[in-house]
Structure formats: C-alpha cells, structure tokens
Design a protein around this ligand. Structure first.
Ligand code: S0N
Length: 275
C-alpha cells in the first residue's frame, strides 16, 4: 500500500491511501501506552477521517516493533503520568480523554478495523473492543489490568465486552486480569481473524477494500443498528440521524424545503401513505 502521510504528529502516525485511513499509536518504547496528548492527536486524526468523504474505512494499529523486538497495539493509559484524578498532560490538567475517543470510534459512520500485533492491554484492549472488527497477529496478547493497577472501565470496556464474549467470560477477563493469546481470543469471538504478524496490514487492507466495494449508506445504517441497543438514547439518535439523512435525500423530504424557499404550500399529496 502506498500510504501518504496526512500530518506529522508526535505520538501517532496518520496516513491515507485509496479510501483507507491508517492511524497508529507511535510510542513503541512504552508499548504504545497513551497520554492525553496521544489521545488529542488520535481524536484529530479520527475527526479528519470521519469528515473526509473519500475515506470509507479506518485501520487502527500500533507502530512497532520496539527496540527490543516486541510489538504492541497499545498498553493503555500511561501509568507514569497518572495523577490523583486522571492522566496529567503538559498543561498539568488530569484527564481521561480516551473516553472521547471511544465515543468517536463507536459513533463515526465508517467501519474502524483494529489491527493488533503484540499487546492490547488495559485501555488499549478496550479500544480494540470498541472497533467494528479486529484482526489479530499470531503474536497478539489481550487482557485487562484495571483491578491490578487501581482502575476499571465500567462503560464500553465492560458492557460491550460482555455483549461480545458473554457475561461469564467478560467477568473472568476483568476479575482475574489474565492474558489471552490470539488463538484464545479468536475462540471467544473477541477477534475476527488471526494471521501471521507480517501479513497483518495486508489482511487489514484486503478487508477494508472489500468493505469499500459495498454501499456506504447500507454500511453506515448497519453500524448504527448494531450500536443502537447498547448505546441507549445516543444509539437511537445515531440510527434516527440516518433515517433523517435518507429522508433529506428523498423527493418527498425535499418538497418541504423547496416549498418553504419558494414561499408556497408544500404538496405532499403526491406521496403515498405506504402500508
Ligand atoms: C503491556 C505489558 C504486559 C508488556 O510487558 P513487557 O513486554 O514485559 O514490557 P515492559 O517491560 O513491562 O514494558 C516496556 C516499557 O514500557 C513501559 N510501559 C508499558 N506499559 C506502560 C503503561 N501502560 N504506562 C506506562 N509505561 C508503560 C514499561 O514501564 C517499560 O518501560 P521502562 O522499562 O522504562 O519502565 C506490560 O508493560 C504492562 O502490563 N503494562 C501496563 C499495562 C496497564 O496496566 N495499563 C494501564 C491500564 N489502565 C488503563 O489503560 C486505563 C485507561 C482507560 O482506558 C480507562 C478508560 C475508561 C475508564 C477507566 C479507565 C481506567 O482503567 O482507568
């Protein structure tokens, strides 16, 4: 893939090619742990990918391997800068801004595919869970650490995880803080496919290309439909937003707008009350 760099960031890389955006954590020396700055950069890149109507699929991954040869998707929040009330950036303000990124990945109307090589741990694990699809390298390692390091994700990190792997397995993952290999993850439905590490990106690009051949509106409606029940009112808002989009695009919807602008009464009588 001939990737074009969109912008040079400090903590992430951001590239595009042929309808696909590739966004990657780039702190391999700390197993791609994230700090507030990392998440602000991720949020900017994801927002750009969302707004670019030539981009249909985003690949989320981690740069690597590190100098010691190990790979990581992400090891979660950077524990070295965790303060008393969140992760503290250069401005001295404590934050848990990864929650904003979780919501953006979940609600953007384009599939996000996690490509996991090496560790997906803690908040890094939650991010792959939130992605629409996950392709794992054969060296991938999955797990939560919250109860071991004094934290927990009671949002998507637990409820959505449980809807993927089941209540019993999700409780095991969080209560015992074990690590699971790629084969175990595939068996519990946590990942879609396992491939050799040197084929991970090619596999992700292939999946993205297959999605790009499909109908953008069908895919966006399906994503919001899959999200709707777990996301409550926000999920219904997304689904309803797509219904509004389709209505805007119809002749019937446009009759209302045209009549207003032409200062006449709308003529909706020509449209049927379908059964
Ligand atoms: C990933 C692990 C298992 C890899 O082990 P390995 O290969 O033995 O490497 P290490 O020698 O441990 O690490 C290499 C260097 O990288 C540093 N490093 C690794 N992970 C982190 C990290 N998360 N923060 C800071 N530094 C990290 C190591 O310190 C080492 O550097 P040196 O040699 O200089 O010390 C292993 O590294 C590991 O277990 N890492 C920690 C995993 C972890 O506990 N992560 C934090 C979990 N919590 C969150 O992510 C919270 C954020 C969150 O998403 C959230 C969201 C919503 C609501 C709540 C939360 C929440 O949980 O608070």
């Amino acid at each position: 893939m001939n990737w074009n760099t969109v912008k040079n960031f400090e903590d992430i890389t951001y590239k595009k090619s042929d309808g696909i955006a590739r966004i990657a954590f780039n702190r391999p020396e700390v197993r791609n742990a994230f700090r507030p700055k990392t998440i602000f950069e991720m949020y900017e890149a994801f927002t750009d990918a969302r707004e670019d109507n030539e981009i249909g699929v985003v690949l989320l991954t981690g740069e690597g391997p590190a100098a010691d040869g190990k790979y990581a998707f992400s090891s979660g929040g950077d524990q070295k800068i965790r303060g008393d009330a969140g992760y503290v950036g250069d401005d001295g303000i404590p934050r848990l801004n990864v929650l904003d990124l979780q919501k953006l990945i979940r609600s953007m109307p384009k599939p996000v595919i996690a490509l996991v090589a090496g560790y997906a741990i803690g908040g890094g694990h939650v991010l792959h869970v939130i992605c629409d699809l996950t392709i794992a390298a054969d060296n991938a390692v999955f797990g939560q650490t919250g109860p071991k390091v004094g934290s927990f994700d009671g949002g998507f990190g637990s409820s959505y995880l449980a809807s993927i792997v089941g209540q019993k397995k999700a409780r095991e993952i969080w209560y015992l803080c074990r690590q699971y290999n790629a084969e175990e993850a595939e068996k519990m439905g946590l990942v879609n496919k396992v491939v050799p590490v040197d084929q991970l990106e090619a596999e992700g690009v292939q999946w993205a290309k297959e999605i790009l051949e499909k109908s953008p509106i069908a895919i966006r409606c399906l994503k919001s439909a899959f999200n709707a029940d777990i996301d409550g009112q926000a999920g219904i808002q997304e689904l309803a937003g797509n219904a509004t989009l389709l209505y805007y695009m119809s002749e019937e919807g446009q009759e209302g707008k045209n009549a207003y602008n032409e200062k006449r009464k709308p003529d909706f009588r020509k449209y049927p009350w379908l059964p």
